[in-house]
Design a protein around this ligand. Structure first.
Ligand code: ADP
Ligand code: MG
Length: 333
C-alpha cells in the first residue's frame, strides 16, 4: 500500500458536528452525495457524477440497501437476528455471512491479545451506553463488573462445522466493533458492480474511498478533534483505502470529572484508558474497524508498537494529554 501523507492541520478548519467534510477539500467536479441514518449513525455515500444523476443515484441506493440489510442482520438487539437468537436462546449461528465475520473477529482477538473481543456484550449492556435512560449513566458496581467479566471471553465461542457455537450458557456476541467495517466493504462491492469507478463511503467514524474525487484530485478526509470543533489532521487518499476512528467522545458520560465511554477493556471491564481518539488508516475496512477498537484498548504505546510491526497500516493517536502521535512521525508536515 502506498503511504498516505498525514498532514497535520493544527489550527484546523472549523466544522460543526462532524469530523469529516469532503466538500471543503474537493474543489473540482460535481459530486452526488446522499445520506441515510443507519447502524445508529449517519451514513453518507459520495460519487462523482460520471454516469449521469439517475444511474449514480440508483447505484448509491443499492449500496445503502445492502448496508440496511446488514444493519438488521448484524444487530444483536433485533429479535430477528441470528445473533439475538444465539445470545438469548443459544441457537447456533449458521448464517454464512455472520459465521465468516465471527471467524474473522476471533482471529483478530487472537492477533490483538484479546484487546478486541466480540463477547464484551454483557459489559456493553451493563455500562448501558446504548440505552438513553438517565439511570443508566452511572458507574456499575465492582461486583457487577466482575460478574459481567466472568461472562466474557472470546475463547468461549468457536466455529465448528460451519456454525458458531457457545461453550457455555452465558456467552453473548456483539459485533458493534466490526460490523460497520464489513457493511462499508459490502457497499464498496455494490458500487463497483454497478460500474462506479470512484466513491467515498462514510459511516459514523469510518470512511472508505476508491478512485478519486475528480481526475487528479484525491479524496480528502479530516480527522476530528476529539475535544472541540475542527480537525487535527487532513489526509489525502490516492489509493483504495480507509480510515476508522475510535474515540472516547462518541458515547460517554462523566461522573466526578471522569469520562466513561463505550470502548471497553475486556481485561478490566472498564472503559479503556490513555487515549482520546485513535484512527487507523488501512485498506481493508473490516480490519480498520476492528483494529481501531483493539488499538484503542491497547493504549498509545502498545498501539504504536503493534502498527509498526504491520505493513500497510498507519495510526493517528490523540493521547490522554491531547498530544498527537502518529506511526509516521517523519511524514508529518
Ligand atoms: P463506533 O461503533 O462508535 O464507531 P468502535 O468501532 O470503536 O466505535 O466500536 C465500539 C463498539 O464495539 C462498542 O459500542 C461495543 O459495541 C463494541 N466494543 C466495545 N469494546 C470492545 C472491544 N474491546 N472489543 C470488541 N468490541 C468492543
Ligand atoms: Mg471499531
Amino acid at each position: 500500500m502506498k503511504k498516505t501523507a498525514i498532514i497535520l492541520l493544527l489550527a484546523a478548519a472549523t466544522a460543526a458536528v462532524f469530523f469529516y467534510r469532503a466538500d471543503i477539500f474537493t474543489k473540482k467536479g460535481a459530486i452526488i452525495k446522499r445520506t441515510r441514518f443507519m447502524m445508529d449513525t449517519l451514513c453518507t455515500i459520495q460519487v462523482p457524477n460520471e454516469a449521469g444523476v439517475s444511474k449514480t443515484e440508483a447505484a448509491i441506493s443499492r449500496a445503502f440497501d445492502r448496508m440496511a440489510e446488514l444493519d438488521i442482520k448484524f444487530n444483536c438487539t433485533n429479535p430477528g437476528s441470528p445473533l439475538y437468537k444465539f445470545n438469548n436462546a443459544r441457537v447456533p449461528i449458521t448464517d454464512p455471512e455472520i459465521v465468516e465475520l465471527v471467524k474473522r473477529a476471533l482471529e483478530i482477538s487472537r492477533e490483538t491479545g484479546g484487546a478486541f473481543d466480540i463477547t464484551v456484550q454483557p459489559l456493553v449492556d451493563l455500562w448501558g451506553f446504548f440505552t438513553t435512560s438517565a439511570s443508566s449513566q452511572t458507574v456499575p458496581s465492582p461486583q457487577s463488573i466482575k460478574l459481567a467479566l466472568s461472562r466474557t471471553g472470546w475463547r468461549r465461542i468457536s466455529v465448528k462445522n460451519g456454525a458458531v457455537i457457545a461453550a457455555d450458557k452465558d456467552v453473548r456476541i456483539d459485533l458493534g466493533g466490526i460490523a460497520k467495517g464489513y457493511s462499508i466493504g459490502e457497499a464498496v462491492k455494490v458500487l463497483k458492480a454497478a460500474g462506479v469507478r470512484s466513491a467515498l463511503i462514510l459511516a459514523g467514524g469510518q470512511v472508505q474511498v476508491f478512485g478519486s474525487a475528480a481526475p487528479g484530485v484525491p479524496w480528502k478526509v479530516g480527522v476530528r478533534n476529539p475535544r472541540k470543533e475542527g480537525y487535527i489532521a487532513g489526509l489525502a487518499f490516492d489509493s483504495e483505502t480507509g480510515i476508522s476512528t475510535s474515540g472516547d467522545y462518541e458515547r460517554f458520560f462523566e461522573v466526578n470529572g471522569v469520562r466513561y465511554h463505550h470502548i471497553l477493556d475486556p481485561k478490566t471491564g472498564y472503559p479503556a484508558r490513555g487515549l482520546m481518539s485513535l484512527s487507523v488508516i488501512t485498506q481493508d475496512p473490516v480490519w480498520a474497524d476492528a483494529l481501531s477498537t483493539a488499538l484503542f484498548v491497547m493504549g498509545p504505546q502498545r498501539a504504536l508498537e503493534f502498527v509498526k510491526r504491520q505493513s500497510g497500516s498507519e495510526v493517528i493517536i490523540v493521547n490522554a494529554e491531547g498530544e498527537i502521535v502518529t506511526s509516521q512521525a517523519d511524514k508529518v508536515r
